[in-house]
Design a protein around this ligand. Structure first.
Ligand code: ACO
Length: 319
């Protein structure tokens, strides 16, 4: 029998404030029609003043714990994937730990932008399989509204805020994470970055992106990493029941599904209601689909994402 990391519970949190595409029409030269047709996004959630990444992460974590049947004391490690932490340090993960009243184990953040949750999940799986932890809370949480330039129509319409969480537990058997594939190439730094930081401007900065260049990388690299992960799991794409992609753009998602020969009814889509929530997008999509009862025990799920770096990757798991 193989020791694997099984998802025991999922949870999500979205801020109350819903911002429809029309809201941007007064701010920049854009239209609901352009945003919908080019991205599939209809609305997104923005955090309220004072609402932070750790707040959202704690809400999502509590929900995931509740659905898993475990309490905070059962958790050995908390990993938060985020590029929009409350503070430069301490980590959001330690804030979540404190927020859950957990005073044991360890906690740290992972920063791989939109691919952050994939990287965090693969790390958690490694720690579980090596015996370093029995139960790990893996969270993706972002407040991208705080790093958007609301005068740049090419980026401000794309992103939203939110958090998603999963509780992973070690178990012997066929269920759980089967394989992962992680990649980065720092030579693509200028395609997607934030123009500030602690050691440069001393300010958080704003997101900058060459959207059409990134689009081409996304379609090619996401299909490739998904194929690699499926191969590493000893499978072929016709054995895949669900694709849970990073929710950046509906056109990228359908092009990736097509390259994987997967029909769209096997793809979980939340981009219309959430926009691109970076590292939160996959755990949000997983939790929304799980809460809707869309997954059955034994289903093979592929998740994939690409983000700044560039960094990209995929995880294959059996539900
Ligand atoms: N409203 C109206 N027009 C717009 C808008 C807007 N909001 N944004 C851009 N345009 C214009 C451009 O200025 C351009 O006009 P021009 O032809 O007069 O120069 C035209 O629309 C076409 O621009 P493109 O950038 O070529 O449009 P494209 O079809 O590529 O769509 C988009 C842009 C949606 C950004 C797309 O390229 C995309 O989704 N890219 C990938 C984003 C992504 O994957 N991100 C994931 C990682 S994110 C992370 O890690 C944080």
């Amino acid at each position: 029998m193989t020791r694997r990391s099984v998802i025991r519970g999922t949870g999500h949190y979205l801020p109350d404030r819903v911002v429809e595409n029309q809201w941007f029409e007064d701010k920049v030269e854009t239209s609901d029609e352009w945003i919908r047709s080019r991205t599939g996004i209809e609305r997104r959630h923005f955090a309220a003043d004072g609402e932070t990444t750790s707040h959202m992460a704690i809400h999502a974590a509590k929900k995931a714990l509740e659905r898993s049947g475990f309490s905070a004391e059962d958790i050995d490690a908390v990993i938060v994937a985020t590029s929009t932490p409350d503070l430069t340090f301490p980590s959001v993960a330690t804030m979540v730990q404190a927020g859950l009243g957990l005073a044991r184990g360890f906690a740290f953040d992972v920063q791989a932008v939109c691919a952050g949750f994939i990287f965090a999940l693969a790390n958690a799986d490694g720690m579980i399989r090596s015996g370093q932890a029995e139960r790990v809370l893996v969270i993706g949480a972002e407040t991208f509204s705080r790093i958007l330039d609301f005068e740049d129509r090419a980026t401000c319409v794309l992103f939203g805020d939110g958090a998603g969480a999963v509780v992973l537990e070690a178990a012997e058997g066929e269920r759980g994470i089967l394989a992962s594939d992680l990649n980065s190439d720092g030579s693509y730094r200028d395609i997607l970055y934030v123009d500030g930081g602690v050691a440069t401007t001393g300010e958080a900065g704003k997101l900058r992106m060459q959207g059409n260049v990134l689009f081409r990388h996304a379609v090619e690299k996401l299909a490739e990493t998904a194929h690699h992960a499926v191969e590493k799991a000893g499978m072929t794409t016709d054995q895949v029941d669900w694709l849970v992609p990073h929710q950046a753009n509906a056109r990228i998602i359908s092009a990736t599904a097509q390259r994987m020969h997967l029909p769209m009814d096997k793809v979980i889509l939340t981009v219309a209601d959430h926009g691109n929530t970076s590292a939160a997008s996959i755990p949000l999509a997983l939790a929304v689909a799980d809460e809707a009862g869309r997954f059955s025990e034994g289903d093979v799920i592929v998740t994939e994402a690409i983000g700044g770096g560039l960094s990209w990757g995929a995880v294959v798991l059996r539900w």
